[in-house]
Design a protein around this ligand. Structure first.
Ligand code: CU
Length: 564
């Protein structure tokens, strides 16, 4: 009997050794109660929508291979849905979360249990509401550790890990801010503060309890998991007098490199190592926008305090006198460009960069802002935003349901592969360009390889658009300023170790080339992660067919799937 048991154990070990990817993970249960909570920031108190009364919301802790079962119950007046940003959701599109794309939202008093497995991903991601502007306060980090006994590929091993979620705070009710903008046709009021872990920091009034602190010990190394959860602002992030070593972006390891600051767009995550190499003292950790277009942003600096503990250091933050980092200037395009160009996938034997070397589908999408007529608006027009000149109209039931259950009349699968009317995208725009509206999807056969050029336009103004794709990571194989040139630009593409992400900033007045393999069946949203642009219509979706294999089709929806 003992011999028999040993044989089984041995064969199991052999199987596990041969197939390290299928080590069984744990199932982790979370309960998210969506509820109002009165919160005070910069001397303003207002009720905000939270998970479990926490702001920012709870951090989800998991390991690669784990299953997450998260029961979300809605106790507020708004319909709610939650997106697990960056999680690939292989075959589980029902759990992705964008309202009216993969699910109907969870109505007041109702619950929905998101159930999905983290496959082939480890690092920092995050979750946020994916309806209205509720993600202003409904957000939190997802920390995915490697499987047990699998070390990080970078050195040194961090002594501690600290999650820093960057956000934006409005003193006014955020839904009122965007509703007012839509009525008048103008841009929404900018936020009143930026925040680090929900706290604006000492440069604002009422600072003391509004400051997040990071105690560190001399000589130790720390892993900072940085998330940009701001609604509308790309951010620079810097720690006074400390270099940062970038080791991961969007839950994909990178070739490590040192930098004095990082640039991070809404939707992106960045892990950096920080060596606490000072003797003592305290240092500001600071975040401030990057904006290199003629667009008004909140340019206020959020701060936290990194302080050395032990020795003579004080413990009361009111007695700190921290040093301030210089931070890149608001419009420092050169710094942002240089930072982006230094990002490379690790591309090791263990973590290869599987860049599609051939392309089945060549797509060219313009992304940009324009105006549309509006009889009730102040100037007779309002801002609109579009992809290939189509401003996306949200359906009234989810696209994934319409696709899987063959419900007609919800969308058409005829999103154009290129702009209907070509023009000088970054030059003087044509005057008579009419933006059309539609719920149109781009159709992709299962497992096809896609190259997508994202081209900014100057129709209303050029601007950096952080484009987020659900359901996939993509490789950023090229970027540049001006108009993409299909004859000369591909020669410069990096098809060896390009960065792999789920969100990419398309340069202001420029373009980005991405590649991905459509190996995840379902309906997958792609949109600008500046919430104001998404609201104005800068969004579309891909429809990826089921494959022929047994594991290549969308699983059935869960029994508690919300109804519209
Ligand atoms: Cu945008």
């Amino acid at each position: 009997m003992a011999v028999y048991k040993n044989t089984i154990v041995t064969s199991m070990l052999i199987v596990m050794f041969l197939l390290p990817g299928i080590v069984q993970g744990e199932t982790r249960h979370y309960k998210f109660n969506i509820q109002l909570k009165n919160v005070t920031r910069i001397c303003h108190t207002k009720p905000i929508v939270t998970v479990n009364g926490e702001f920012p919301g709870p951090t989800i802790q998991a390991r690669e291979g784990d299953r997450l079962v998260i029961k979300v119950t809605n106790h507020v007046k708004y319909n709610v849905s939650i997106h697990w940003h960056g999680i690939r959701q292989l075959r589980t599109g029902w759990a992705d979360g964008p309202a009216y794309i993969t699910q109907c939202p969870i109505q007041t008093g109702q619950s929905y249990t998101y159930n999905f497995t983290i496959i082939g991903q480890r690092g920092t991601l995050w979750w946020h509401a994916h309806i209205l502007w509720l993600r202003a306060t409904l957000y939190g980090a997802i920390v995915i550790l490697p499987q047990p006994n699998v070390p990080y590929p970078f050195k040194p091993k961090p002594h501690k890990e600290i999650t820093l979620v960057l956000g934006e705070w409005w003193n006014a009710d955020v839904e009122a801010v965007i509703n007012q903008a839509l009525q008048t046709g103008g841009a929404p009021n900018i936020s009143d503060a930026h925040t680090i872990n929900g706290k604006p920091g000492q440069l604002f009034k009422c600072p003391i309890k509004d400051t997040f602190t990071l105690p560190v010990e001399q000589g130790k190394n720390y892993l900072l998991r940085i998330v940009n959860a701001a609604l509308n602002d790309e951010l620079f992030f810097e720690v006074a007098k400390h270099q940062l070593k970038v080791v991961e972006v969007d839950a994909v390891y990178t070739k490590p490199f040192d930098t004095k600051a990082i640039v991070i767009a809404p939707g992106q995550t960045t892990n950096v190592l920080l060596h606490a190499n000072k003797r003592s003292g305290s240092y500001f950790v600071a975040a401030r926008p990057f904006m290199d277009a003629p667009v008004t942003v909140n340019n206020k600096t959020a701060t936290a305090i990194l302080h050395y503990v032990g020795g003579t250091s004080a413990s009361d933050i009111s007695s700190f006198n921290p040093l301030m980092p210089r931070l890149p200037l608001l419009n420092d395009t050169a710094f942002a460009t240089s930072f982006s160009s230094r990002l490379r996938s690790l591309n090791s034997v263990q973590f290869p960069a599987k860049v599609p070397q051939t392309v089945d589908r060549n797509l060219f999408f313009t992304v940009g802002l324009a105006l549309e007529s509006c009889s009730t608006c102040n100037n007779g027009s309002r801002a609109s935003a579009s992809i290939n000149n189509i401003s996306f109209v949200m359906p009234s039931i989810s696209l994934l349901q319409a696709h899987i259950f063959n419900i007609s009349g919800v969308f058409t699968a005829d999103f154009p592969d290129r702009p209907p009317t070509p023009f000088n995208y970054t030059g003087t725009p044509p005057k008579n360009l009419i933006t059309s509206k539609g719920t149109r999807l781009s159709h992709l056969p299962f497992n096809s390889t896609v190259q997508l050029i994202l081209q900014d336009t100057s129709v209303l103004t050029v601007e950096n658009h952080p484009i987020h794709l659900h359901g996939f990571n993509f490789f950023i194989v090229g970027r540049g300023f001006g108009n993409y040139n299909p004859n000369t630009d591909p020669a410069g593409f990096n098809l060896l170790d390009p960065p792999e992400r789920n969100t990419v900033g398309v340069p202001t007045g420029g373009w980005t080339a991405i590649r991905f393999r459509a190996d995840n069946p379902g309906v997958w949203f792609m949109h600008c992660h500046l919430e104001v642009h998404t609201t104005w219509g800068l969004k579309m979706a891909f429809l990826v067919e089921n494959g022929a294999g047994p594991d290549q089709s969308v699983l059935p929806p869960p029994s508690d799937f919300p109804k519209c």
